[in-house]
Unconditional design. Structure first.
Length: 263
């Protein structure tokens, strides 16, 4: 357990010492009880500075399932395991969860889509963009979480897109500006043309992601009415629909921002 996670776990649950006492190995799950709840800690890496793998997460999830069945647990809140800075793809992790449980978390407020973006090495302004990103302690290539719900675009993604779309004059201005975290604020005053470029870029990217699917959301709804589908096929379609709804909500949000800029 890293210091950051240990600190957060201690703040929320106050039982880090008990976890350390239990020990455990990679692929196992430690269990705590607190305020009539069961808390499960999945061990997916050996050292705090290492990254988990899909194999170690899968092994831990198998152990978790056995513990849930033994304890007859009926409800479980699950965060985005091993995603974010750990770098694993939430779609794959969610697929693991759904294969193990045979359930699609359609109303999961933590659901979303990890979008990978990066500064091209052929970009003539690459050096200045990377310099600005480094001052925010960010990498030139990263994953950004498009959240489910009415506010899908967070400050991290917004700031990256702003830097990604700046011209040289704008980059020079922000390289001399502090604090840079202003760029994460949706109310930060920017050149109107830059703001338009940001939302148009995201609109195009979301439409490209939608175009990767061979069926529309409405077509999936009709397919699910068929009686000859296997359980696994139904599961795959519902997972696909969940992603499409995330894109649809995000696109509606982006379209509203574009309309507001055009007024």
């Amino acid at each position: 357990m890293s210091r950051g996670i240990a600190s957060e776990f201690q703040r929320l649950f106050g039982q880090v010492d008990e976890l350390k006492r239990q020990g455990g190995r990679v692929g196992q799950v430690l269990e705590l009880r607190s305020d009539q709840r069961r808390l499960y800690y999945l061990i997916s890496k050996e050292k705090s500075y290492q990254k988990p793998t899909y194999r170690t997460v899968w092994e831990a999830l198998l152990d978790l399932r056995e513990k849930l069945l033994t304890a007859n647990v009926l409800k479980l809140a699950i965060p985005r395991l091993a995603c974010g800075r750990d770098g694993l793809d939430w779609r794959i992790i969610r697929n693991m969860l759904e294969v193990l449980s045979r359930f699609v978390y359609e109303d999961n407020v933590h659901d979303g889509y990890w979008l990978k973006l990066g500064i091209s090495k052929s970009d003539p302004l690459q050096e200045k963009r990377n310099d600005l990103l480094s001052r925010l302690t960010w990498e030139p290539t990263d994953r950004f979480f498009i959240k489910k719900g009415p506010e899908p675009i967070d400050g991290h993604l917004l700031a990256f897109l702003r830097i990604f779309n700046m011209n040289e004059e704008q980059l020079d201005h922000w390289l001399l500006t502090t604090p840079l975290d202003q760029l994460e604020n949706s109310k930060c005053i920017l050149d109107s043309e830059l703001d338009k470029k940001v939302w148009k870029f995201l609109q195009t990217r979301l439409k490209l992601l939608q175009a990767l699917y061979k069926t529309s959301l409405q077509e999936d709804i009709e397919i699910l009415k068929r009686k000859d589908l296997t359980n696994n096929t139904r599961l795959a379609i519902r997972m696909r629909m969940s992603e499409k709804m995330i894109f649809e909500d995000a696109l509606q949000y982006v379209n509203r921002r574009i309309s507001e800029n055009e007024k």
